[in-house]
Write a protein that binds this ligand. Structure first.
Ligand code: SAH
Ligand code: SF4
Length: 377
């Protein structure tokens, strides 16, 4: 393990403090941040606007260490996926999804997830550990490097970021906030606040804290319109039921002076939460919550026990919500050839936790085939 400080995960104030601590002017931090995040540098020698002596000093005390890329896959439709290798075989995935002028990067915040939503392959792996700031922003750094530095008009390939990869971002709160600060910073990745979305399954107390710390767009993984069903699909609902979750959403929106809405994510699962009555309940539930709805056709993984509804059912669900006046989109699946659906990234990433073993044993007991989970190549 290196004893040098890693500059990759430092926010602007931290970087300024670091330069002051080594007897240098604070503005040096700005030059170095631009090298790291704009030009993707990992070598101080490349930083030609720093003096030789400073470059030597930095090389002795500091480093720019991104996570290792275990696998990189670029799809024909422009989607890019990276399997990023952390320590001790821990891996997470990052996906870039282009859509016209927009390019969205889906970023992971934890290895695995403790919240165990019944339809989510990350949940099946159990929780392993939080990512550091350098590991979170490192995903962005890797993706940005794959495109090269933004052009001289500053036009970037990555215009949007969604914290919708592996893990529950609000349960890795401090590191996620710092990483999102770097994403927004002009000396970082310059992502506009409306284009930076944090998705949570509803960790209510942290939703209240979020507002005080950073201004980003909020998405909530709703997935069910009543507590009985949500308790099964999103078990954190037992701790923070819908009434509390909706109150937190309302307050989040109310606190900002601008008009904004919470994006309600709703994974449609055949015969489980996609019936007419569910749409009716959803309309009722969201009556006083400024929101838009994003329907996500369930993405199957081995032995999930769930199915994706057919196109007609999905459309009928959307139509009902639209008739009631809700802006309702259906998330299209991209990067199918590289298995890169956002929010469902990790089906093939190695998992080593007890929950995973328990789940596989349960599947085996039912006489089904146990999926071999490995990083594909
Ligand atoms: N933990 C956070 C963020 C990561 S999940 C959260 O739950 O919001 C990102 C999104 O992908 C969530 O809306 C999640 O519910 C969804 N998702 C998880 N598994 C899925 C699957 N099998 N098919 C479709 N969407 C899925
Ligand atoms: Fe965790 Fe989100 Fe998956 Fe639920 S949907 S298990 S909160 S990553």
């Amino acid at each position: 393990m290196s004893s040098k400080v890693n500059l990759l995960g430092m926010t602007r104030p931290q970087m300024e403090d670091f330069f002051e601590s080594i007897g240098e002017k604070r503005f040096r931090a700005h030059q170095v941040m631009k090298w790291i995040h704009f030009f993707g540098a990992d070598d101080f020698e490349a930083m030609t606007n720093l003096g030789k002596a400073l470059r030597a000093k930095l090389s002795e005390t500091a480093e720019i260490r991104g996570p290792k890329v275990a696998l990189e896959h670029f799809s024909n439709d422009g989607t890019r996926k990276w399997v990023v290798e952390l320590d001790q075989g821990n891996k997470v995935e990052t996906v870039f999804i282009p859509d016209g002028k927009r390019g969205t990067l889906c970023v992971s915040s934890q290895v695995g997830c403790a919240l165990d939503c019944s339809f989510c392959s990350t949940g099946k792996q159990g929780f392993h550990r939080d990512l550091t700031v350098a590991e979170i922003i490192g995903q962005m750094w890797i993706a940005q490097r794959s495109f090269g530095a933004p052009d001289n008009r500053g036009i970037r390939n990555i215009t949007n970021v969604v914290m919708m990869g592996m893990g529950e971002p609000l349960l890795n709160f401090e590191n996620v906030i710092s990483a999102m600060e770097l994403m927004k910073d002009d000396l970082g990745y310059g992502v506009a606040k409306k284009r930076l979305t944090l998705s949570t399954s509803g960790v209510v107390p942290k939703m209240y804290e979020l507002y005080d710390r950073i201004d980003v767009a909020l998405a909530v993984s709703l997935h069910a319109p009543n507590d009985a069903l949500r308790d099964v699909l999103v078990p954190v609902n037992k701790k923070y039921p819908l009434s509390e979750l909706m109150a937190a959403c309302r307050e989040y929106v109310d606190k900002f002076p601008d008009t904004r809405r919470v994006t309600m994510e709703y994974v449609l699962i055949d015969g489980v939460n996609d019936k007419y009555e569910h749409a009716e309940q959803l309309i009722e539930l969201l009556q006083n919550v400024p929101s838009k709805i994003n329907l996500i056709p369930f993405n199957p993984f081995p032995n999930s026990g769930y199915k994706r509804p057919n196109g007609m059912r999905i459309k009928a669900f959307q139509d009902r919500l639209m008739k009631a006046g809700f802006v309702t989109t259906i998330r299209t699946t991209r990067g199918d050839d590289i298995d890169a659906a956002c929010g469902q990234l990790v089906g093939k990433v190695q998992d080593r936790t007890r929950r995973s073993a328990q789940w596989q044993a349960k599947v085996a007991a039912k006489g089904k085939k146990i999926p071999v989970q490995q990083t594909g190549s």
